[in-house]
Design a protein around this ligand. Structure first.
Ligand SMILES: NC(=O)c1ccc[n+]([C@@H]2O[C@H](COP(=O)([O-])OP(=O)(O)OC[C@H]3O[C@@H](n4cnc5c(N)ncnc54)[C@H](O)[C@@H]3O)[C@@H](O)[C@H]2O)c1
Length: 269
């Protein structure tokens, strides 16, 4: 166990489940106190209780992140409990399918609301305090789909591309305050979100879901999808003092998914 986050305080949106929960565990393991935010308070409580049971410090927060009152309340509660804020991790996100015709305006607004507006609102509320940290940082969970994508994910892809651009812009603005801003872009990760997608694109049986996830895994050079803890470790590193010269970057943690191109050499005659 390292202590690189000792004395630091992190707020993790989407920290109750999936990739965010991997980030919460990693940050706590490396010494950070953590405010765990999620859509559902009981899920945030369960994650915070897990951290406390391992000797860490954590509080549970909840609410719709697309609502400005939620992000403000989350930052205020973090400061009230821990007195400072050093690291912001934004992992709250949703996935909806559709092309530019089949995606309704309502779905577009829903996806952009959580995945992009929610991140802006949280950063907007948190940055005045993160600027006071001696080594403040923001890590936004984007996606490989902000760079290259499948069919039928137009709103999701737009929201993730926006995050990668937003992190670059914030990195420039925050540099004079010593605050680093980056995105981490995972490939496929075994989370409730991925399992919901696998159920939608299979026959929905437990075997069908496992088969679909294993099949998605084969698209990655490493031949499998990631665990939430593998992404959590990367987030804790990028968000921590050891990554002191990394800012404005999009860090892919994708098991080699985007390393491969579709064009293959022909069979030798
Ligand atoms: N799972 C993957 O394969 C994968 C790959 C690349 C990127 N991502 C991104 O990683 C992030 C986390 O995804 P995941 O797979 O862990 O998802 P998940 O569904 O497993 O967890 C999502 C988290 O976000 C929270 N959340 C959702 N909507 C919210 C709202 N309106 N307000 C507040 N909180 C809300 C949930 O409470 C939960 O904590 C997302 O931004 C997603 O786009 C996931």
């Amino acid at each position: 166990m390292s202590s690189e986050h000792e004395g630091r305080v992190a707020l993790v949106t989407g920290g109750s489940l999936g990739i965010g929960s991997g980030a919460v565990r990693a940050l706590a393991r490396h010494g950070s106190a953590v405010a765990v935010h999620g859509h559902d308070l009981a899920q945030s409580e369960a994650m915070a209780a897990e951290v406390r049971s391992l000797g860490g410090r954590a509080i549970a927060l909840a609410g719709p992140i697309e609502d400005p009152a939620t992000s403000l309340a989350a930052v205020e509660a973090t400061l009230e409990e821990f007195g400072r804020l050093d690291t912001l991790v934004t992992s709250a996100g949703i996935q909806r399918y559709g092309d530019a015709v089949s995606t309704s305006l309502e779905t577009w607004d829903e996806v952009m609301g959580v995945n992009t507006r929610g991140v802006f609102l949280t950063a907007h509320a948190a940055l005045p305090y993160i600027r006071q940290s001696p080594a403040g940082s923001v890590v936004m969970v984007a996606s490989v789909q902000g760079t290259a994508c499948q069919a039928n994910v137009v709103a999701y892809v737009a929201s993730k591309g926006a995050l990668i651009a937003m992190a670059r812009a914030m990195a420039i603005d925050e540099a004079s305050y010593g605050v680093r801003v980056n995105t981490v872009s995972p490939g496929s990760v075994d989370t409730p979100m991925l399992r919901t997608s696998a159920a939608e694109w299979s026959d929905g049986t437990p075997e069908g879901i496992e088969r679909t996830i294993a099949n998605w895994g084969t698209a990655h050079a490493l031949g499998r999808v990631a665990s939430v803890d593998e992404i959590g470790e990367a987030i804790a590193f990028i968000g921590g003092p050891r990554a002191s010269f990394i800012t404005g970057d999009d860090v892919r943690v994708d098991g080699g998914l985007l390393a491969r191109i579709a064009a293959a050499l022909p069979e030798k005659p």
